[in-house]
Design a protein around this ligand. Structure first.
Ligand code: SAM
Length: 267
């Protein structure tokens, strides 16, 4: 097998099946779209989404009348986001704009009332310097009093230990174009507790109706875990005042090993 590709960075089974895999749920996404929409409608647009991916959240906001800009590092993900426009009414299409860029180094020359970083995209920043730079960019792009909502997973310490095995079963979805079964499993995992970084190799396999393998693709996912007080201090250091912290999108109180859903105001 060749060297794994970087997660989401090239067209392939991962980007093609992203929406189907995400639709299977999980604490990082359960109820998140309606949550971001509620905040966007209360605060008002324009909204900036960092790590917008295939536009799962972006298009939902645009469809509900919110002007939204989606920034992402992956042209392959943005290609899929833009392709969805073909099926949407002109008024919705005009409310969403997608840009290629790095959330830790961007300057759009305009300000927003709300910045959202859904589904753990912030954890793709694997150094504290990049995390800090990203939040400084967010602060510069917010009006005074504007808000940022960031979702992270709260680290389970057993899964952060060196050699902790993958914590998930293989997933299976139907490919949206071919209709074939696509099986996804984590085949390797390492952790670096000193730097709070985990690396997983995800194997994507497309199978025909007889079960023969048509395509196999490996992608390497690298994420940094961040502890609750570390995140609070990082937000404060970069010019934010924490408004609320929850452990899911139903506004449950903070809880070990669940999500960290942060709402902070630019002070
Ligand atoms: C889990 S997906 C989330 C996509 C979308 N927000 C959603 O909730 O469905 C994470 C996305 O973050 C993007 N990403 C990772 N690092 C990034 C960076 N430094 N700047 C911008 N986007 C980044 C990836 O390309 C990917 O599309």
């Amino acid at each position: 097998m060749s060297e794994p590709r970087l997660f989401y960075q090239q067209p392939g089974l991962n980007t093609e099946c992203y929406e189907e895999l995400t639709a299977q749920g999980g604490p990082g996404v359960a109820g998140d779209v309606s949550y971001y929409l509620r905040h966007a409608q209360r605060i008002g647009g324009p909204v900036l989404e960092l790590g917008a991916g295939t536009g799962r959240v972006t298009w939902a906001l645009a469809a509900a009348g919110v002007e939204v800009v989606g920034l992402d590092l992956s042209e392959a993900m943005l290609e899929r986001a833009r392709a969805k426009a073909l099926d949407l009414p002109a008024a919705v299409r005009e409310r969403a704009h997608f840009l290629l860029g790095d959330m830790s180094r961007f300057d759009l020359g305009r300000k927003f009332w709300l910045v959202i970083i859904p589904f753990r995209a912030f954890q793709s920043l694997t150094s504290p310097d990049d995390q800090r730079r990203a939040l400084e960019c967010v602060a510069r792009h917010l009006h005074r009093g504007g808000r940022v909502i960031v979702d992270l997973f709260d680290p389970r310490l057993d899964l952060c230990l060196p050699d902790a095995p993958p914590d998930s079963e293989p997933q299976s979805v139907k490919h949206p174009a071919s209709g074939h079964r696509v099986v996804v499993e984590i085949v390797a995992r390492t952790t670096d507790p000193l730097h709070q970084v985990l690396t997983e190799v995800w194997r994507f396999k497309e199978l025909d109706d007889a079960g023969s393998v048509l395509r196999v693709e490996d992608e390497r996912l690298t994420l940094r875990w961040t502890y609750r007080w570390e995140m609070r201090h990082l937000l404060e250091l970069t010019g934010f005042e924490v408004v609320a912290e929850y452990s899911d999108f139903h506004e449950s109180p903070p809880a070990y090993g669940q999500e960290q859903v942060w709402i902070a105001r630019r002070s």
